[in-house]
Design a protein around this ligand. Structure first.
Ligand code: HEM
Length: 144
């Protein structure tokens, strides 16, 4: 692998780590936010959620995708026949759906509308961990 490719991969992994920091923490904030009865407390969560989404989560998602797609283009001839890659991309599609639903929840909660219970947010919070386990095993072990 060329040094250039390895730099792209390093930046891809940095993006992944930052994206997941936010994917793990934002739904945790939803859990606490939805259980907060007072307006001042809820307003504080709104600021935290908005900052976390706009400053960390969205930019790191863009970096992960851009550098991942760049590697895909560079190594396409080898990747096209790799089964693990297609399943990984399905996992990434699920992650993007999750990401966009989080963005929707940030704006609903900003309007003091919480469409779900605290228990729902606790379960919702576990989804990125499952996708992380799946995707990392696929890219490192490359089982098929
Ligand atoms: C559009 C989204 C993505 C694309 C196109 C993409 C593509 C790629 C490609 C082509 C590689 C290089 C594989 C190799 O050289 O063998 C790679 C490496 C990697 N990707 Fe992604 N990726 C994406 C999203 C993600 C996500 C969401 C995660 C984490 C959950 C992730 C985790 C990793 C890791 C850990 C590696 C390093 C594997 C290694 O070489 O040991 N990627 N990605």
């Amino acid at each position: 692998m060329s040094t250039g490719y390895l730099w792209i991969k390093a930046i891809h992994i940095i993006g992944v780590v930052c994206w997941f920091a936010a994917l793990f923490y934002l739904p945790r904030l939803f859990v606490y936010h939805s259980a907060t009865p007072d307006q001042a407390g809820r307003d504080r969560f709104k600021i935290m959620e908005d900052k976390l989404y706009r400053v960390i989560m969205r930019p790191s998602m863009v970096i992960t995708l851009a550098f991942g797609i760049w590697m895909l283009v560079l190594g396409w001839s080898a990747f096209a026949s790799s089964g693990w890659l297609w399943l990984k991309l399905a996992g990434v599609a699920a992650l993007l759906g999750y990401h966009h639903y989080c963005a929707r929840l940030v704006s609903l909660l900003a309007d003091d509308q919480s469409p779900h219970s605290e228990k729902f947010y606790r379960m919702f919070n576990e989804v990125p961990a499952l996708l992380l386990i799946l995707i990392v095993i696929l890219v490192v072990v490359k089982p098929f």
